[in-house]
Design a binder for this molecule. Structure first.
Ligand SMILES: NC(=O)c1ccc[n+]([C@@H]2O[C@H](COP(=O)([O-])OP(=O)(O)OC[C@H]3O[C@@H](n4cnc5c(N)ncnc54)[C@H](O)[C@@H]3O)[C@@H](O)[C@H]2O)c1
Ligand SMILES: O=C(O)[C@H](O)COP(=O)(O)O
Length: 614
């Protein structure tokens, strides 16, 4: 789904990571009494989680701000991709295919491109993101495993990482089954022997699969497909996966069991978990010692989940009768690897995904995801951005603009030198909190606050990270209004606590800087400054003046602006009561020079004023 251009731009210039541990944001929804400009009875609701949890995986993506604006983006492809995917990429971008780059060559090239497409052999390390110097917007992993991409570094750099998680599932499962059968019947060894001129029938007597227990370690996409196929071969299949739904396993007749039960009862063990810090070398001496003597192991997942030295020892002492390995700790493994050359080990050079069909599918899947991300469209397979449903994003698009403008406005009201720590974003809405996913709005408020006062580039990928780095604690609150839930949000209020302001008129009765806005006719409007109700379109630049309400001031300030040739596009006065304090909000197209600002400041009865860039 394509986004409207302004939204694209905003997403390009901003994106939030999957809730990082210790995230800076929290959310409450509670009964609140109406601020003076809220009408209607308010109801209390307890906190609700974001709406998209568990929903179809659809995320917002960062667009290529730098490149997209300048013309065709450039995509660097560092490993062989299916032809149809490459064609698709070429239809949209300049494509540089450069295979087998050294780390140094990759670092040199990456600052010249907007997207990078890799498979498993390219290490996209922190150094690569640093070398990109902010230009790289998307890394596309043409496959499943993203252990070769430093996700944290990508997130910090605001670079979106997308993968192609489904197109090679069947290929990997078929390869696991091929290795299972080939290992059990010594196919590779017998083949080598016959080609060497021997005829060794008794040496290569195998073992049968039917009736044997196969333990699937990691019951995800590949693991479950292997299970289905193994059941077809008449095997008893059990699985271990701490995160897999029991029902899904039961539906294909597989029992989920504990790690120890799986490894101690299986005749065959097939590995299908991702390589993570907790699975690294999970299969070590201790684990092998718990296995049934003579067990056979297949690894089509990642070499790093096995301690290869320990596997070698287990093979040598007979604990493991045979192993079939498609993946290795180091790829390619050293030429003299004892494991590779072991007579009871069958090896393939990371071929799990390598079928014609899978490679075409993966290439198209990743090309579509990368192009979408570069265009600012939605990517369903982003791995380091929050999941926001496409329709939610589309509906919230004007509020996204409003959220950033309010953040931008609020931070410009802070007096220099006072550190911002506490930010509260209050959403007033008649919609059930469960149906209002505000994560992207939160990211935009962060962007609005952080970007004007730093060199940070904030987007949906890195907003929470950037906020955390800056010690910014962002709290979200929802006020539940009566009324039609058709309109997602009635107003958004941004509050900055414990800061000094350069415009006292923006302080609420509680002493925090407070600005509130609404979307009117699809456009963001400022509707509240401190305790003053105003109504100004949030476009261009804004002057806020505080004065004692009396006739003639609007005319005086207006004529100064007129004399200076500054076009006023909006003017609104908010006052507490006739003759009392009032503020004047003036929208102007151009930026006033110092002289104009001086004259406004010298206007009798103007107590303070501030110029704000939106
Ligand atoms: N050899 C190849 O060419 C090839 C091809 C495709 C996938 N793979 C690899 O296969 C693995 C599985 O891919 P997938 O698409 O099925 O991924 P997936 O995310 O669908 O499944 C992985 C499963 O592992 C589970 N898991 C995580 N930690 C675990 C643990 N400690 N113990 C047990 N289970 C755990 C997860 O809950 C998940 O269900 C990945 O490592 C992937 O990189 C390799
Ligand atoms: O994780 C994957 O998708 C597989 O390991 C395939 O890797 P490849 O793209 O390098 O073949």
């Amino acid at each position: 789904m394509a986004l409207a251009t302004p939204l694209r731009h905003l997403l390009a210039a901003q994106p939030a990571a999957p809730e990082p541990a210790g995230t800076t944001a929290s959310l409450t929804t509670h009964r609140a009494f109406p601020p003076h400009n809220h009408r209607g009875r308010l109801r209390a609701r307890l906190a609700a989680s974001p709406a998209s949890a568990g929903a179809t995986r659809t995320v917002t993506t960062a667009a290529a701000a730098a490149a997209g604006a300048a013309g065709r983006p450039t995509v660097l492809v560092t490993e062989k991709l299916g032809a149809a995917g490459l064609e698709l990429l070429r239809s949209f971008a300049n494509v540089d295919c450069a295979y087998e780059l050294t780390a140094e060559e990759l670092r040199a090239k990456v600052s010249l491109v907007d997207a990078l497409v890799v498979r498993s052999a390219t290490r996209v390390s922190r150094e690569v993101f640093e070398a990109a110097r902010g230009r790289l917007r998307v890394v596309g992993r043409a496959g499943v495993g993203i252990d070769n991409v430093d996700l944290q570094a990508a997130t910090e750099a605001g670079c979106l990482v997308v993968n192609a998680p489904t197109a090679n599932t069947v290929a990997a499962a078929e390869h696991a089954v091929a290795l299972l059968a080939a290992m059990a019947r010594n196919v590779a060894q017998a083949d080598a022997s016959l080609k060497a001129g021997k005829w060794q029938r008794s040496k290569f007597v195998g073992v049968s699969l039917v009736g044997k227990t196969l333990a699937i370690m990691g019951f995800g996409k590949v693991g479950s497909e292997v299970a289905r196929r193994a059941k077809g071969l008449g095997m008893d299949v059990i699985a271990h996966d701490p995160y897999a739904p029991v029902d899904r396993a039961r539906a294909i007749g597989v029992d989920l069991v504990s790690f120890d039960e799986a490894i101690s009862t299986a005749d065959f063990i097939s590995l299908h978990m991702p390589l993570t810090p907790s699975t690294t070398k999970l299969f070590d001496d201790e684990t092998f010692a718990k296995m049934t003597k003579g067990v056979r192991i297949i690894n089509v997942a990642r070499g790093g989940v096995v301690d290869e030295e320990a596997l070698l020892r287990a093979l040598d002492n007979g604990t493991v009768a045979q192993a079939a390995l498609d993946v290795f700790f180091e790829e390619p493994p050293p030429k003299d690897s004892k494991l590779v050359h072991h007579e009871n080990v069958t090896v393939t050079p990371h071929l799990g995904a390598s079928t014609t069909e899978a490679q075409e599918g993966v290439a198209i899947e990743i090309a579509e995801a990368v192009i979408g991300a570069l265009k600012g469209d939605l990517a369903a397979t982003a791995v380091n951005a929050p999941m926001v449903l496409a329709e939610v994003l589309s509906e919230l698009s004007p509020y996204i603009v409003l959220a950033e403008k309010l953040g931008r406005l609020a931070v410009q009201l802070v007096a220099g030198g006072s550190g911002i720590k506490g930010v509260k974003v209050v959403y007033s809405s008649a919609r059930d909190p469960d149906d209002l996913d505000t994560r992207i709005l939160r990211a935009m408020v962060t962007k609005g606050i952080v970007e004007p006062i730093s060199s940070a580039f904030v987007n949906i990928v890195n907003a929470d990270y950037v906020a955390k780095q800056r010690g910014l604690r962002l709290i979200e609150e929802r006020i539940l209004l009566d009324g039609s839930p058709e309109v997602p949000i009635s107003s958004i209020q941004v509050q900055l606590a414990n800061v000094e302001t350069k415009f006292a008129g923006a302080l609420s009765d509680e002493g925090d800087i407070r600005v509130e806005g609404k979307v009117k006719d699809g456009k963001p409007h400022l509707t509240l400054v401190g305790p003053f109700s105003v109504d100004v379109s949030l476009e261009g630049n804004l002057i806020l003046c505080r004065q004692v309400d009396q006739p003639g001031i609007i005319g005086k300030v207006g004529s100064i602006l007129g004399k200076m040739n500054l076009n006023v596009n909006f003017m609104s006065v908010g006052r507490i009561a006739p003759g009392k304090q009032a503020i004047m909000a003036i929208g102007i197209d151009e930026e006033p020079d110092k002289e104009a600002l001086k004259l406004i400041g010298e206007t009798p009865s103007v107590q303070e004023f501030v110029f704000l860039k939106l």
